[in-house]
Design a protein around this ligand. Structure first.
Ligand code: SF4
Length: 315
């Protein structure tokens, strides 16, 4: 469905004029630095890594919300960055996103009915009666009763708001849902219910998911494959069922032992990121197994077993 080839998204952090006069050079922040992967139709691909590793920037670039520095994103064989206006419109319908903070994405002035109707209006789908039917059906699919139609986001619990956000994303029947920390901040019971709802909707509606989460258990439970990112690069990709027992990259093992820091915000990717040296493994400063080679050469992502890719000199 989606093929990403050597995708790079770099940001230039400019110093103020005084600092520049003093000879300080602008910083280049390599939020995404040469990422390649494929997302198959019907798949759940989990994406993990600490806050600032580039997950959100990668998702936003795949959504065409960021323009890449280099590389391309092929959606059903078409480069999304060279699409015509009408193709972009279709792309916007096919790819939807749910962010962690539903408070900032749900307009507080609108009730649930208007929030759900709005995407249908934007994409000119159906007449008034069709839209009413679609809204009622979608509300039912996310297990919210018709009584919620008149409620505003502020009147809902965190879990109910996320159900509404998911309903709003799915009401126009996309093919791909990018869920960026959709369960963060919810209590464990609500989080489990929401994850199971997302998985059953995926089955029912024939969706494909890119699931970004800092919760390794959630990702390994829900994902067909898990991709681990560190400092803008993919360091390991492995089947979800083998993630906990079979992953071997020292950074993945580090995450398993310590747990990543809680989810990042969209700009967390940018501001906390320290670019890795080009000529060494980005993890060598923290890796207990680092050798002289790790300080001299950046490891390449390669297949070490069927469906298992690792970027490490020692594997
Ligand atoms: Fe550690 Fe070297 Fe592997 Fe990097 S390449 S993760 S420093 S062993």
């Amino acid at each position: 469905m989606i093929r990403i080839r050597d995708l790079k998204k770099h940001f230039r952090l400019r110093h103020n004029p005084l600092a520049r006069l003093r000879g300080h050079h602008d910083h280049i922040i390599k939020a995404v630095d040469g990422v390649s992967f494929e997302l198959k139709e019907g798949e759940v691909l989990g994406l993990v890594g600490e806050s600032g590793c580039g997950k959100t920037t990668l998702a936003k670039t795949v959504l065409r919300l960021h323009w890449p520095t280099d590389g391309n994103v092929l959606y059903r064989g078409r480069d999304i960055f060279s699409m015509e206006r009408h193709e972009v419109k279709a792309l916007r319908r096919d790819m939807q996103v749910v962010f962690q903070d539903s408070n900032s994405t749900l307009d507080p002035r609108m009730n649930a009915e208007r929030l759900l109707e709005e995407p249908l209006l934007l994409h000119r789908i159906g007449d008034r009666r069709d839209r009413q039917r679609a809204v009622a059906s979608m509300l039912d699919k996310v297990k919210l009763s018709p009584a919620f139609l008149t409620r505003h986001a502020a009147e809902l619990s965190g879990g109910q708001r996320q159900r509404l956000s998911i309903a709003r994303a799915l009401i126009i029947e996309p093919r791909l849902l990018i869920a960026d920390e959709p369960l963060a901040g919810l209590d464990p019971v609500v989080s489990t219910q929401l994850l199971n709802l997302m998985l059953s909707l995926k089955k029912e509606m024939g969706l494909t998911y890119l699931l970004i989460s800092h919760d390794l258990q959630t990702v390994s439970y829900a994902s067909d494959r898990v991709m681990v990112m560190y400092k803008g690069r993919v360091v390991e990709t492995i089947g979800g069922d083998r993630f906990e027992s079979g992953s071997v990259h020292p950074y993945t093992r580090f995450l398993m032992n310590t747990g990543p820091t809680a989810s990042g915000t969209s700009n967390g990717d940018v501001h906390r990121h320290v670019p890795p040296p080009e000529t060494s493994c980005a993890f060598q400063g923290k890796c207990p197994h680092a050798t002289a080679l790790c300080r001299k050469a950046s490891p390449v992502l390669r297949e070490v077993a069927p469906g298992h890719m690792v970027a490490c000199h020692l594997v």
